[in-house]
Design a protein around this ligand. Sequence first.
Ligand SMILES: Nc1nc2c(c(=O)[nH]1)N[C@H]1C(S)=C(S)[C@@H](COP(=O)(O)O)O[C@H]1N2
Ligand SMILES: [Mo]
Length: 332
Amino acid sequence: MIIRKQRRSDPLSSEITPYSVYKKRREFMAQAGAVTLASAAFPAQALVTRDDAAPGAPQWLARQVLQAQETAFGKDEKPAPYSTITQYNNFYEFGYNKTDPYRHSGSLKTDPWSVRVEGECEVQGDYSLDDLLKGMALEERIYRLRCVEAWSMVIPWVGFQLSQLLKRFKPLSSAKYVEFVTLNDPEQMPEQKSRFSTIDWPYREGLRMDEAMNPLTIMAVGLYGEVLPNQNGAPLRLVVPWKYGFKSIKSIVAIRFRETMPRTTWNELAPQEYGFYANVNPQVDHPRWSQASERRLPSGLFSPNRIDTRMFNGYEEEVASLYQGMDLRKQY
Ligand SMILES: Nc1nc2c(c(=O)[nH]1)N[C@H]1C(S)=C(S)[C@@H](COP(=O)(O)O)O[C@H]1N2
Ligand SMILES: [Mo]
């Protein structure tokens, strides 16, 4: 089976229809699966088709990601091209321009990777990534991602339900919130060294327990059937599709069950602008800009692609009940 390897210099999938490429690859996977069903002899090398996807990722992960189950999530959506998803990012540890994460995150070493689990739970400890992913059913979730800066894109994630993972640590009844922490290593994340950075590293985020356990909340380890590129938060990042993008914290090294609401990076930096909940809400404007509409990427000068923003980013049916009785103007 010959799959052409794509090099960084090659035109990326923006020139072709990315989704059809993706589907073709999945079909190939299905065929290969049918022929070599349950065969460990299937050459892992053949599964990696993009050299620049995640060069530092282990083969076992590439294989697990490609074997993810397809699901019905977001099948009606048109995912953004691979190049948009991986070259227009927010990952301030690597700089503040949209292309900085793509250009500078090569220094992040994602293998080996360890996650500390602690706090209000029975089972605690340090877990390697393969420990964490053992027995996790990976699946594809095509979700809209809405940044608080009023742009959005559709991303075909590969991941697993966060609830599946959290249950393993047997949270105590005192666990009311979950806190997540990004890697803190200035040698690998150059912006953490900068004296001008206003962020108090490491990047931290949090969810209420019921939000964390909602079936829509996932941990992603891949996108477009590939291992997650560094700039998208490799090797493990949260995805909470009904909240502004900043809640979806990248490159996680700690998960803490807590009794009290954790302090979070953006909330701490500018509490009047970024709330703890940060639910996508077209009726509650950011103090400096409207949240009523968004620029759906890819977009350009002559095709701005502006669309109305939907309550809870269009996931109202799945999550509105979590906020019954709350004043979402006050608890933004
Ligand atoms: N550790 C960390 N996680 C982060 C960020 C960041 O700067 N650092 N940016 C957030 C913001 S503002 C957004 S919009 C999303 C962007 O995810 P993407 O680059 O994969 O599209 O990541 C979020 N997670
Ligand atoms: Mo964002």
